[in-house]
Design a protein around this ligand. Structure first.
Ligand SMILES: [Fe+2]
Ligand SMILES: [Fe+2]
Length: 377
Protein backbone atom coordinates (compact mmCIF):
# COMPACT_ATOMS: atom_id res chain seq x y z
CA UNK A 1 0.00 0.00 0.00
CA UNK A 2 1.93 2.94 -1.30
CA UNK A 3 0.16 5.55 0.80
CA UNK A 4 0.89 3.69 3.96
CA UNK A 5 4.56 3.45 3.08
CA UNK A 6 4.75 7.18 2.49
CA UNK A 7 3.02 7.70 5.82
CA UNK A 8 5.60 5.45 7.42
CA UNK A 9 8.41 7.42 5.86
CA UNK A 10 6.81 10.56 7.14
CA UNK A 11 6.63 9.25 10.67
CA UNK A 12 9.83 7.21 10.66
CA UNK A 13 9.53 3.43 10.83
CA UNK A 14 10.58 2.87 14.42
CA UNK A 15 8.56 5.68 15.92
CA UNK A 16 5.43 5.17 13.91
CA UNK A 17 3.19 5.29 16.96
CA UNK A 18 5.28 7.46 19.26
CA UNK A 19 3.41 10.44 20.61
CA UNK A 20 5.97 12.79 19.05
CA UNK A 21 5.62 11.17 15.65
CA UNK A 22 1.83 11.16 15.85
CA UNK A 23 1.66 14.82 16.83
CA UNK A 24 4.10 15.80 14.09
CA UNK A 25 1.42 15.05 11.51
CA UNK A 26 -0.94 17.99 11.33
CA UNK A 27 -3.54 19.12 8.86
CA UNK A 28 -2.09 22.10 6.99
CA UNK A 29 -4.84 22.26 4.42
CA UNK A 30 -6.70 25.50 4.84
CA UNK A 31 -8.66 25.81 1.60
CA UNK A 32 -12.31 24.89 1.10
CA UNK A 33 -11.38 21.75 -0.88
CA UNK A 34 -8.81 18.97 -0.82
CA UNK A 35 -7.52 17.40 -4.02
CA UNK A 36 -6.49 13.70 -3.95
CA UNK A 37 -4.77 12.58 -7.16
CA UNK A 38 -5.26 8.97 -8.30
CA UNK A 39 -5.22 6.78 -11.37
CA UNK A 40 -8.28 4.60 -11.25
CA UNK A 41 -9.66 2.38 -14.01
CA UNK A 42 -13.35 2.75 -14.69
CA UNK A 43 -14.97 -0.55 -15.51
CA UNK A 44 -17.96 -1.18 -17.78
CA UNK A 45 -19.52 -4.62 -17.55
CA UNK A 46 -21.60 -6.10 -20.37
CA UNK A 47 -22.98 -8.88 -18.21
CA UNK A 48 -26.28 -7.49 -16.97
CA UNK A 49 -27.53 -10.72 -15.39
CA UNK A 50 -29.30 -9.46 -12.30
CA UNK A 51 -29.06 -11.75 -9.31
CA UNK A 52 -26.00 -13.65 -10.55
CA UNK A 53 -24.79 -13.02 -7.02
CA UNK A 54 -27.93 -13.66 -4.94
CA UNK A 55 -26.61 -12.28 -1.65
CA UNK A 56 -25.68 -8.98 -3.27
CA UNK A 57 -29.02 -8.89 -5.09
CA UNK A 58 -30.84 -9.38 -1.77
CA UNK A 59 -28.89 -6.55 -0.17
CA UNK A 60 -29.77 -4.30 -3.11
CA UNK A 61 -33.49 -5.08 -2.80
CA UNK A 62 -33.29 -4.51 0.92
CA UNK A 63 -31.54 -1.15 0.43
CA UNK A 64 -34.24 0.09 -1.94
CA UNK A 65 -36.90 -0.65 0.65
CA UNK A 66 -35.01 0.89 3.56
CA UNK A 67 -34.55 4.46 2.37
CA UNK A 68 -35.38 7.29 4.75
CA UNK A 69 -35.38 11.05 4.40
CA UNK A 70 -32.83 12.88 6.54
CA UNK A 71 -34.80 16.08 6.25
CA UNK A 72 -38.26 14.84 7.20
CA UNK A 73 -37.84 11.60 9.19
CA UNK A 74 -35.93 13.09 12.13
CA UNK A 75 -37.33 15.49 14.77
CA UNK A 76 -35.06 18.44 13.93
CA UNK A 77 -37.06 20.83 16.08
CA UNK A 78 -35.73 19.04 19.22
CA UNK A 79 -34.13 21.62 21.52
CA UNK A 80 -30.58 20.65 22.49
CA UNK A 81 -28.90 22.14 25.53
CA UNK A 82 -25.49 20.60 24.89
CA UNK A 83 -24.01 21.54 28.29
CA UNK A 84 -26.98 20.02 30.06
CA UNK A 85 -26.70 16.84 28.01
CA UNK A 86 -22.96 16.62 28.70
CA UNK A 87 -23.53 17.20 32.42
CA UNK A 88 -26.16 14.45 32.48
CA UNK A 89 -23.84 12.12 30.60
CA UNK A 90 -20.72 12.89 32.61
CA UNK A 91 -20.53 9.35 33.92
CA UNK A 92 -20.63 8.04 30.38
CA UNK A 93 -17.80 10.09 28.95
CA UNK A 94 -15.51 7.12 28.66
CA UNK A 95 -14.52 8.04 25.10
CA UNK A 96 -12.59 10.97 26.52
CA UNK A 97 -10.02 8.86 28.29
CA UNK A 98 -9.59 11.50 30.97
CA UNK A 99 -11.74 11.34 34.04
CA UNK A 100 -11.75 12.24 37.65
CA UNK A 101 -11.03 8.65 38.63
CA UNK A 102 -7.44 9.10 37.44
CA UNK A 103 -4.70 10.68 39.51
CA UNK A 104 -4.44 14.08 37.88
CA UNK A 105 -1.99 15.62 40.35
CA UNK A 106 0.61 17.64 38.51
CA UNK A 107 -1.24 17.40 35.20
CA UNK A 108 -2.94 20.28 33.34
CA UNK A 109 -6.25 18.89 34.65
CA UNK A 110 -5.41 19.17 38.35
CA UNK A 111 -7.19 22.50 38.64
CA UNK A 112 -10.20 21.60 36.51
CA UNK A 113 -13.64 21.89 38.06
CA UNK A 114 -17.11 20.98 36.78
CA UNK A 115 -17.19 23.95 34.39
CA UNK A 116 -13.97 22.95 32.61
CA UNK A 117 -14.99 19.30 32.37
CA UNK A 118 -18.31 20.23 30.84
CA UNK A 119 -16.61 22.52 28.31
CA UNK A 120 -14.28 19.65 27.51
CA UNK A 121 -17.25 17.27 27.14
CA UNK A 122 -18.88 19.63 24.64
CA UNK A 123 -15.65 20.04 22.62
CA UNK A 124 -15.05 16.31 22.71
CA UNK A 125 -18.51 15.69 21.29
CA UNK A 126 -18.02 18.36 18.62
CA UNK A 127 -14.72 16.75 17.62
CA UNK A 128 -16.08 13.19 17.54
CA UNK A 129 -19.16 14.06 15.50
CA UNK A 130 -17.04 16.21 13.16
CA UNK A 131 -14.79 13.23 12.47
CA UNK A 132 -17.90 11.11 11.83
CA UNK A 133 -19.04 13.79 9.36
CA UNK A 134 -15.71 13.78 7.50
CA UNK A 135 -15.61 9.98 7.57
CA UNK A 136 -19.11 9.93 6.05
CA UNK A 137 -17.90 12.12 3.21
CA UNK A 138 -15.01 9.68 2.76
CA UNK A 139 -17.57 6.88 2.51
CA UNK A 140 -19.60 8.88 -0.03
CA UNK A 141 -16.55 9.33 -2.28
CA UNK A 142 -15.28 5.77 -1.84
CA UNK A 143 -18.66 4.30 -2.72
CA UNK A 144 -18.96 6.46 -5.81
CA UNK A 145 -15.59 5.04 -6.81
CA UNK A 146 -16.77 1.49 -6.13
CA UNK A 147 -19.69 2.03 -8.53
CA UNK A 148 -17.06 2.84 -11.16
CA UNK A 149 -14.52 0.13 -10.61
CA UNK A 150 -16.23 -2.99 -9.19
CA UNK A 151 -16.64 -5.54 -12.02
CA UNK A 152 -20.05 -7.06 -11.10
CA UNK A 153 -23.43 -5.53 -11.96
CA UNK A 154 -25.08 -6.65 -8.67
CA UNK A 155 -22.30 -4.85 -6.78
CA UNK A 156 -22.61 -1.70 -8.91
CA UNK A 157 -26.35 -1.65 -8.17
CA UNK A 158 -25.87 -1.95 -4.43
CA UNK A 159 -23.00 0.54 -4.34
CA UNK A 160 -25.25 3.07 -6.09
CA UNK A 161 -27.73 2.80 -3.19
CA UNK A 162 -24.88 3.28 -0.76
CA UNK A 163 -23.88 6.52 -2.48
CA UNK A 164 -27.32 7.90 -1.63
CA UNK A 165 -27.13 6.50 1.92
CA UNK A 166 -23.78 8.21 2.51
CA UNK A 167 -25.00 11.51 1.08
CA UNK A 168 -27.82 11.32 3.63
CA UNK A 169 -25.35 10.56 6.44
CA UNK A 170 -23.18 13.55 5.54
CA UNK A 171 -26.33 15.66 5.45
CA UNK A 172 -27.65 14.59 8.88
CA UNK A 173 -24.33 14.75 10.74
CA UNK A 174 -23.67 18.21 9.30
CA UNK A 175 -27.14 19.38 10.28
CA UNK A 176 -26.80 17.93 13.77
CA UNK A 177 -23.41 19.59 14.30
CA UNK A 178 -24.97 22.93 13.36
CA UNK A 179 -27.18 22.54 16.43
CA UNK A 180 -24.13 22.11 18.72
CA UNK A 181 -21.33 24.51 19.61
CA UNK A 182 -18.80 24.14 16.81
CA UNK A 183 -17.25 22.04 14.03
CA UNK A 184 -13.70 20.68 13.81
CA UNK A 185 -11.63 20.16 10.67
CA UNK A 186 -10.66 16.63 9.75
CA UNK A 187 -8.00 14.99 11.92
CA UNK A 188 -4.76 14.71 9.89
CA UNK A 189 -4.43 10.95 10.49
CA UNK A 190 -8.02 10.30 9.44
CA UNK A 191 -7.39 12.32 6.26
CA UNK A 192 -4.24 10.32 5.45
CA UNK A 193 -6.14 7.08 5.93
CA UNK A 194 -9.04 8.19 3.72
CA UNK A 195 -6.61 9.42 1.05
CA UNK A 196 -4.89 6.03 1.00
CA UNK A 197 -8.17 4.15 0.78
CA UNK A 198 -9.58 6.24 -2.02
CA UNK A 199 -6.44 6.52 -4.14
CA UNK A 200 -5.50 2.82 -4.21
CA UNK A 201 -5.97 1.53 -7.75
CA UNK A 202 -7.00 -1.98 -6.60
CA UNK A 203 -10.79 -1.92 -6.25
CA UNK A 204 -10.89 -4.43 -3.43
CA UNK A 205 -8.68 -2.23 -1.25
CA UNK A 206 -11.21 0.58 -1.41
CA UNK A 207 -13.69 -1.98 -0.13
CA UNK A 208 -11.40 -3.38 2.52
CA UNK A 209 -10.37 0.06 3.76
CA UNK A 210 -13.80 1.63 3.73
CA UNK A 211 -16.46 -1.10 4.03
CA UNK A 212 -14.60 -3.38 6.43
CA UNK A 213 -12.22 -1.20 8.41
CA UNK A 214 -13.60 2.38 8.56
CA UNK A 215 -17.28 1.44 8.46
CA UNK A 216 -16.73 -1.50 10.80
CA UNK A 217 -15.18 0.84 13.33
CA UNK A 218 -17.88 3.46 12.77
CA UNK A 219 -20.64 0.91 13.30
CA UNK A 220 -19.15 -0.08 16.66
CA UNK A 221 -18.65 3.57 17.68
CA UNK A 222 -22.19 4.58 16.63
CA UNK A 223 -23.58 1.63 18.57
CA UNK A 224 -21.69 2.69 21.68
CA UNK A 225 -22.79 6.33 21.51
CA UNK A 226 -26.33 5.31 20.62
CA UNK A 227 -26.44 3.27 23.80
CA UNK A 228 -24.88 5.98 25.98
CA UNK A 229 -26.49 9.21 24.86
CA UNK A 230 -29.65 10.52 26.48
CA UNK A 231 -30.23 13.10 23.73
CA UNK A 232 -33.26 11.84 21.76
CA UNK A 233 -32.45 13.40 18.36
CA UNK A 234 -28.91 11.99 18.28
CA UNK A 235 -30.20 8.63 19.46
CA UNK A 236 -32.70 8.43 16.63
CA UNK A 237 -30.24 9.76 14.05
CA UNK A 238 -27.68 7.12 14.98
CA UNK A 239 -30.30 4.39 14.96
CA UNK A 240 -31.21 5.24 11.37
CA UNK A 241 -27.59 5.61 10.26
CA UNK A 242 -26.62 2.30 11.88
CA UNK A 243 -29.31 0.41 9.99
CA UNK A 244 -27.70 1.63 6.75
CA UNK A 245 -24.15 0.99 7.94
CA UNK A 246 -24.88 -2.64 8.82
CA UNK A 247 -25.91 -3.16 5.19
CA UNK A 248 -22.76 -1.45 3.95
CA UNK A 249 -20.42 -3.59 6.02
CA UNK A 250 -22.33 -6.72 4.93
CA UNK A 251 -21.89 -5.58 1.30
CA UNK A 252 -18.13 -5.43 1.84
CA UNK A 253 -18.03 -8.86 3.46
CA UNK A 254 -20.15 -10.57 0.79
CA UNK A 255 -18.15 -9.08 -2.08
CA UNK A 256 -14.69 -9.62 -0.70
CA UNK A 257 -15.45 -13.13 0.53
CA UNK A 258 -15.92 -14.24 -3.08
CA UNK A 259 -13.01 -12.23 -4.44
CA UNK A 260 -10.49 -13.26 -1.77
CA UNK A 261 -11.06 -16.93 -2.56
CA UNK A 262 -9.35 -16.28 -5.89
CA UNK A 263 -6.25 -14.53 -4.54
CA UNK A 264 -2.79 -16.03 -4.00
CA UNK A 265 -1.18 -16.22 -0.56
CA UNK A 266 1.09 -13.29 -1.44
CA UNK A 267 -1.86 -11.15 -2.56
CA UNK A 268 -3.75 -12.03 0.62
CA UNK A 269 -0.75 -11.11 2.74
CA UNK A 270 -0.84 -7.68 1.14
CA UNK A 271 -4.48 -7.34 2.23
CA UNK A 272 -3.67 -8.54 5.73
CA UNK A 273 -1.00 -5.89 6.08
CA UNK A 274 -3.33 -3.23 4.71
CA UNK A 275 -6.03 -4.21 7.24
CA UNK A 276 -3.63 -4.24 10.15
CA UNK A 277 -2.10 -0.88 9.30
CA UNK A 278 -5.54 0.68 9.00
CA UNK A 279 -6.43 -0.84 12.38
CA UNK A 280 -3.37 0.55 14.12
CA UNK A 281 -3.85 3.96 12.61
CA UNK A 282 -7.48 4.13 13.74
CA UNK A 283 -6.67 2.80 17.20
CA UNK A 284 -3.61 4.83 18.07
CA UNK A 285 -3.71 8.06 16.19
CA UNK A 286 -7.16 9.57 16.59
CA UNK A 287 -6.40 11.21 19.90
CA UNK A 288 -8.55 14.36 19.94
CA UNK A 289 -5.35 16.33 19.39
CA UNK A 290 -7.32 19.32 18.11
CA UNK A 291 -9.57 19.43 21.19
CA UNK A 292 -6.62 19.89 23.56
CA UNK A 293 -5.26 22.59 21.32
CA UNK A 294 -8.56 24.45 21.32
CA UNK A 295 -8.80 24.19 25.10
CA UNK A 296 -5.26 25.53 25.52
CA UNK A 297 -4.04 22.35 27.20
CA UNK A 298 -0.54 21.02 26.46
CA UNK A 299 -1.29 18.46 23.75
CA UNK A 300 1.67 16.19 24.53
CA UNK A 301 0.76 15.94 28.21
CA UNK A 302 -2.92 15.39 27.53
CA UNK A 303 -2.39 12.73 24.88
CA UNK A 304 0.15 10.88 27.02
CA UNK A 305 -2.29 10.85 29.92
CA UNK A 306 -5.15 9.65 27.74
CA UNK A 307 -3.05 6.77 26.47
CA UNK A 308 -2.56 5.53 30.04
CA UNK A 309 -6.25 5.33 30.72
CA UNK A 310 -7.65 1.83 31.08
CA UNK A 311 -11.08 3.07 30.07
CA UNK A 312 -9.68 4.50 26.89
CA UNK A 313 -8.00 1.20 26.06
CA UNK A 314 -11.21 -0.73 26.69
CA UNK A 315 -13.09 1.68 24.43
CA UNK A 316 -10.46 1.37 21.71
CA UNK A 317 -10.56 -2.41 21.70
CA UNK A 318 -14.39 -2.37 21.68
CA UNK A 319 -14.12 -0.49 18.37
CA UNK A 320 -12.78 -3.72 16.86
CA UNK A 321 -15.84 -5.78 17.77
CA UNK A 322 -17.06 -5.65 14.15
CA UNK A 323 -13.72 -5.56 12.33
CA UNK A 324 -12.22 -8.76 13.77
CA UNK A 325 -15.15 -11.15 13.05
CA UNK A 326 -15.50 -9.67 9.56
CA UNK A 327 -11.78 -10.17 8.82
CA UNK A 328 -12.21 -13.74 10.01
CA UNK A 329 -15.19 -14.26 7.73
CA UNK A 330 -13.10 -12.99 4.80
CA UNK A 331 -10.40 -15.53 5.59
CA UNK A 332 -7.92 -12.75 6.30
CA UNK A 333 -7.38 -13.66 9.93
CA UNK A 334 -5.92 -17.08 9.17
CA UNK A 335 -4.62 -16.72 5.61
CA UNK A 336 -1.02 -17.77 5.09
CA UNK A 337 0.49 -18.51 8.46
CA UNK A 338 -2.16 -16.58 10.40
CA UNK A 339 -0.17 -13.36 10.25
CA UNK A 340 -3.17 -11.15 10.98
CA UNK A 341 -4.34 -13.36 13.84
CA UNK A 342 -0.95 -12.89 15.50
CA UNK A 343 -1.04 -9.11 14.98
CA UNK A 344 -4.59 -8.78 16.34
CA UNK A 345 -3.55 -10.88 19.33
CA UNK A 346 -0.65 -8.49 19.94
CA UNK A 347 -2.92 -5.46 20.06
CA UNK A 348 -5.42 -7.31 22.26
CA UNK A 349 -8.51 -7.47 20.05
CA UNK A 350 -8.69 -11.17 19.21
CA UNK A 351 -11.42 -11.78 21.78
CA UNK A 352 -13.96 -10.55 19.21
CA UNK A 353 -13.17 -13.18 16.57
CA UNK A 354 -16.29 -15.26 17.30
CA UNK A 355 -18.69 -12.36 17.59
CA UNK A 356 -21.29 -12.38 14.79
CA UNK A 357 -20.03 -11.16 11.41
CA UNK A 358 -22.10 -8.28 10.06
CA UNK A 359 -23.54 -10.34 7.23
CA UNK A 360 -25.08 -12.67 9.83
CA UNK A 361 -26.41 -9.70 11.79
CA UNK A 362 -28.13 -8.37 8.68
CA UNK A 363 -29.59 -11.81 7.94
CA UNK A 364 -30.94 -12.00 11.51
CA UNK A 365 -32.43 -8.56 11.04
CA UNK A 366 -34.19 -9.67 7.88
CA UNK A 367 -35.66 -12.65 9.69
CA UNK A 368 -36.84 -10.44 12.55
CA UNK A 369 -38.50 -8.11 10.05
CA UNK A 370 -40.26 -10.96 8.31
CA UNK A 371 -41.66 -11.77 11.72
CA UNK A 372 -43.02 -8.22 11.98
CA UNK A 373 -40.04 -6.63 13.75
CA UNK A 374 -38.79 -3.06 13.51
CA UNK A 375 -37.41 -1.63 10.26
CA UNK A 376 -34.32 -0.24 11.87
CA UNK A 377 -31.54 -2.10 13.70
FE1 LIG B 1 -22.34 6.26 6.39
FE1 LIG C 1 -21.71 3.48 5.23
Amino acid sequence: MSGYRSDQELLGRSGVNDVEAILAVVNRETGPESHVPSEIDTLFTWDYTKGARPKLARLYERAKGAQWNGETDLPWDTEIDQEKVVAANRANLVTSGVNEGMDLTGTPFASWGEKEWIRYGCESQNWTLSQFLHGEQGALLCTARIVENVPWIDAKYFAATQVLDEARHVEVFSKYLDKLSGHYPINAHLKLLLDDVISDSRWDLTYLGMQIMVEGLALAAFGFIHQMTTEPLLKQLLRYVMSDEARHVAFGVVTLEEYYHQLTAAELRDRQEFAFEAAVRMRDRFLQQEVWERLGVDVREAVTLVQQSGERRAFQSMLFSKIVPNCKKLGLLDAGDGWLRDRFAEIGVLQFEDWPATEEEVAMLELAEKGGGDRVA
